[in-house]
Structure formats: C-alpha cells, structure tokens
Design a protein around this ligand. Sequence first.
Ligand code: AP5
Length: 182
Amino acid sequence: MTHRLLFLGPPGAGKGTQAQKLAESQQLLHLSTGDLLRAEVQAGSALGQEAEAVMARGELVSDNLVLAIVRGRLVAHGGGWLLDGFPRNLAQAEALDQLLAELNQPLQKVLLLELADDELVERLLARGRADDNEAVIRHRLEVYRQQTAPLISYYEARGQLKRLPSYGSVEAVAAQVQLALA
Ligand code: AP5
C-alpha cells in the first residue's frame, strides 16, 4: 500500500470524503488545507482573519500562508500522509517538491477525482458550506481550471497520476481508490 499520497480534483469531486476514509483505514495523516484554514477562521486567529474573506470569495489564500501550515504538519509527522486540497498551483507544487526532498519523503501517487461540473455544483449546493453558493462555486471551478488543473500534466509527466471517475456512491469511488493503490 502506498503511504504518501495526494488527492487532486475540482471542488466537490469528493477529495475530502475519500481522503478521510482512506486515512482512517490506513492510519495516515489526513492533511486538508481547507479544513485547517477553516479551523483557523473558527478560532479567530490572525491567520484565520487573513484567510476568511479570501475563502468566502472562492479565491486562493496566499501560498506562503498555506505552505507554512503544511510544512509545520509534515515536519512534525513521521508516518504516512495524504494531502487533500494542496498543492493548488504550480508554485505550491514546486514548494512541496522541495519540502519532500528535504524530508526525504518522496510523493508516491496522485489520485485525480474527476466529475462533470453540473454534478459538482449539485453536490456542493446540497452540502451548503459557507462558500457553497452557486456564484462562489462557479468561481472556485474557474480558479481550479486556471490555477490547479495545470498540475494534472505536471504529475502526469512524472508517471505519478491516476485518474478516477468520481461518479456513483461514496463506497463505489472508495473501491476505485483501493484499486488504484493496489
Ligand atoms: P477546500 O476545503 O479544499 O475546498 P475545495 O477544493 O473547494 O473542495 P471541497 O471541500 O468543496 O470538495 P471535495 O473535493 O473535498 O469534496 P467533498 O468530499 O467535500 O478549499 C476551500 C477554500 O480554502 C479554497 O477555496 C481556498 O480559498 C482555501 N484553500 C484551501 N486549500 C488551499 C491551498 N492549498 N492554497 C490556497 N488556498 C487554499 O464532497 C463534497 C460534497 O459531496 C459533500 O457534501 C460530500 O458528502 C458529497 N459527496 C462526496 N462524494 C460523494 C459521492 N460519491 N456521491 C454523492 N455525494 C458525494
């Protein structure tokens, strides 16, 4: 089983859902930058105050801020891990490469969850998080296309990317994830 993984995909594709299941079953550190940022917002920290309005607009929080969060968690952790929602652009992917080289913990696989826009929007509207209204969801999809989607070819060129259709039940997608890692 692979122990250093990354989930990639548009908002609503099921990254958080699948990452949580897999992290539990394999006892991996689940590192979701979205969850960590929301916890900072909830706590009212300086970092959270800086991130809140940016997240509400569906834009990306500054690379330095997010990198500091990820670096702290990975440096402090000895075992396997699973990144969800990070990296989000090429600068973050390059910074991650550098950090993992420093830690001597190379990334093993990137799982790309794919789903059509209409289904993404439907799932997110049903969830109803603070940034899940239609206008912000459409903007998040645009930000994904412009800034995050280039990471698909970045990891594909290294032979690390597995594409997984994210249709069907949570369990059906989880079964695909297991197959991709076998
Ligand atoms: P983040 O929290 O990462 O949100 P996101 O990428 O938009 O992803 P979502 O959580 O919306 O979707 P998901 O793919 O995880 O799907 P989920 O499993 O939840 O980021 C939020 C914001 O934080 C960003 O906009 C940005 O501002 C900031 N941020 C975060 N990381 C950053 C970074 N690295 N750099 C800069 N800024 C950053 O599922 C969605 C819904 O669908 C759920 O209700 C779920 O129950 C349901 N569902 C899941 N699977 C299925 C299924 N198979 N069938 C039916 N329903 C399903």
